[in-house]
Structures are given as structure tokens and as C-alpha cells.
Design a protein around this ligand. Structure first.
Ligand code: SF4
Length: 330
């Protein structure tokens, strides 16, 4: 009898509580944290909020950075998208299938989640939870500690690995019981439900859609950069990102060598990162846009880097219209 389980952990209150309920039964729990593509490529997983929050319950964590196979699922989720680009049902199936494959390697008996029946439309409806369990190949091996007593017995409960009496019967959208439990367990900090997922964000969803449809050869850096700066669709083959502040400027500078074109003003102003091909007109448009967001002075020149060449250009005489910026902004 192996008293070890895998917990899908997000840093939200529900997964923290699920972990705590299992740890308090003396079960050896390993948390798996999936890092969404919007987290900076150079971020240290140990410094991310979920890692810090896991310390409150003494949960040990492993991190999985999601890549292009995850994005392929985001692009074509068999169960469709939610309100935005969030493919919640298939995203859960993806995570659970991943965990299912780890059972042997981790020498674990079950996979647990912080799901609660009826808490979210679609993916946490009872029939859908059953469907997700089947689709992920975890029939009988998927434990939802917060609502387990409302669900059929899992193998881990039948075999006495987990004590069902110490699991809960929470259901519905209310958060009262979870907040009360957090207080009892001394869990003072947690992320808001789905709060960290930018696939539910209107703006980011629009950018994800744009990237997937115009740049099929996109990189995971391109996905991360959807969270940085102002984005302009200049043509079907070219997109430009202009920083909004110093932090974003530094971020774009960090990935300068990955850009197809990179613009750096020699006056106070933002850098621009371009994916795709540009003609002379488009170069002038970007230069004018940089001038619009910057403060050109007598040295009104920009460095344009196009691998491996570098050119210094002057600002065009024409100013860019607000209407053009609005029309092309993603
Ligand atoms: S909110 Fe985001 S991370 Fe959560 S299931 Fe939906 S797509 Fe996946």
C-alpha cells in the first residue's frame, strides 16, 4: 500500500486546502505546478507566488513549464474554448494526463486536485468532472479531497490509503467553507481562483488568437511577449511590440537578439520588437510610432537591427495618426 499521491497544484486556495487535507493524513504528497506560457522564460520557479504559498502547508513542489504541445491544445481544444481563449476542459485533461503518466515514476497511488463540484461552469459540473476523469485515463485514481464525499469512492479510499472520513463534501460556487478552513489551517495567503490565467483575459486572448493565426512558426518567447507592451498588427506577416515603460523596455532589450527587427531610439523613448518582415514604409511607421510614445530631441535617430545588419535611421517627417495606431492595435 503506497501512501503517496500527486497533487495538481496552482497556488489557489482550493489546491492548498486539498494538499493540506492529504498531508494532515500523513500522506506523502508531491505537488505539480504547471507554469503557464505567460511567465517570463527566465523566471526562477522557486520565486513564483505558488512556490512561496506552498510553504504555508509544507508541500514539496515540482514545476513543469508548458510548451508548444500545450499551445497546440490551446489552439484546437476538442471541447472548445470558454468565454475567451481559455480551453478549461481540455487544459484540465492535459494536466491530468500528464500526471497520470507520472504515477509510476513517482511511485504514487493517485492524483488529487482542488476541484469542487459546481464551483465553475462547465469544467466543474458533476457530469463533466466524470468525463474529464475518464478522458485523462485516471478512472478510480482521481481524488478530489474537497468534495470527495459527494463522489464515488476512489481506489485510494477503497484501499485505505486515504481516509474518506477526513475528506470533505463541499459543493457550489460559495467560498465560505474554504475561507473558514483556511483560517483554521493558518493559510493566510493564496491566489484568487483562475486569477493567474491570462487565457481568460480579453486583451491577451485577442493577442493569442492573432499570434496563432499569423505566425504558425511562433516560439514560446512570442507567447510570453503577448504580456509585454503595446502590440500592433502592421501586416499579415508583421507585428510590432512597443514598450510602455522602462520595465517593459528592459524586457524587450533582453530578447533583442530573438527579434526579426529591433528598434532602439537614441532619444528618450520606447524600444520596439518586431516579428516578421518589414518594408521601408513599415520601418517608417514604427519609427513614427516610437516618436509618438517617446520624446524625440535634436538627436532624433533610431538604431534598427535586422539580423545581422544594423542601420541608423532618422525619424520620418510625418507624424503617425492616432487613428492608425488605434486601428492596428491588438
Ligand atoms: S483557467 Fe487557465 S489554467 Fe485554469 S483550466 Fe482554464 S485554461 Fe487551464
Amino acid at each position: 500500500m503506497n501512501r503517496r499521491g500527486i497533487l495538481l497544484y496552482s497556488g489557489g486556495l482550493d489546491s492548498l486546502l486539498a494538499g493540506k487535507l492529504l498531508l494532515d493524513q500523513g500522506i506523502d504528497v508531491v505537488g505539480y505546478h504547471f507554469i503557464l506560457p505567460f511567465v517570463a522564460p527566465d523566471a526562477d520557479p522557486e520565486t513564483l507566488a505558488p512556490s512561496i504559498l506552498a510553504k504555508q502547508i509544507g508541500l514539496s513542489l515540482k514545476h513543469i513549464r508548458l510548451g508548444k504541445d500545450y499551445m497546440a491544445m490551446v489552439q484546437n481544444p476538442p471541447h472548445g474554448h470558454g468565454k475567451r481563449m481559455n480551453p478549461c476542459i481540455d487544459c484540465k485533461i492535459y494536466f491530468l494526463r500528464y500526471a497520470a503518466q507520472l504515477l509510476d515514476e513517482e511511485d504514487a497511488s493517485f492524483v488529487a486536485t482542488g476541484e469542487v463540484i459546481g464551483q465553475r461552469p462547465m469544467s466543474q459540473m458533476r457530469h463533466m468532472m466524470r468525463h474529464i476523469e475518464k478522458e485523462s485515463g485516471l478512472e478510480g485514481k482521481l481524488l478530489r479531497p474537497l468534495c470527495a464525499r459527494r463522489l464515488p469512492l476512489t481506489d485510494a479510499e477503497k484501499e485505505g490509503i486515504v481516509d474518506r472520513e477526513k475528506l470533505l463534501d463541499i459543493a457550489g460556487r460559495g467560498r465560505f467553507r474554504q475561507i473558514e478552513l483556511a483560517r483554521q489551517f493558518g493559510i493566510t495567503e493564496y491566489q484568487s481562483p483562475a486569477g493567474g490565467c491570462l487565457f481568460t483575459d480579453v486583451k491577451i486572448s485577442e493577442r493569442v488568437r492573432d499570434l496563432l493565426s499569423h505566425h504558425p512558426d511562433y516560439s514560446m518567447l512570442d507567447v510570453y511577449l503577448l504580456t509585454v507592451g503595446r502590440h500592433f498588427r502592421l501586416s499579415s506577416s508583421a507585428k510590432c511590440i512597443i514598450a510602455r515603460n522602462e520595465k517593459e523596455n528592459n524586457e524587450l532589450l533582453k530578447y533583442k537578439s530573438e527579434a526579426d527587427f529591433f528598434f532602439a531610439p537614441q532619444f528618450k523613448g520606447p524600444c520596439a520588437f518586431v516579428r516578421g518582415t518589414l518594408d521601408g514604409d513599415a520601418i517608417n511607421i514604427i519609427a513614427a510610432a516610437i516618436a509618438r510614445y517617446g520624446k524625440p530631441d535634436e538627436n532624433n535617430k533610431l538604431i534598427v537591427q535586422h539580423k545581422p545588419e544594423k542601420a541608423i535611421i532618422s525619424l520620418p517627417d510625418n507624424r503617425i495618426s492616432e487613428e492608425y495606431l488605434k486601428k492596428t492595435m491588438i
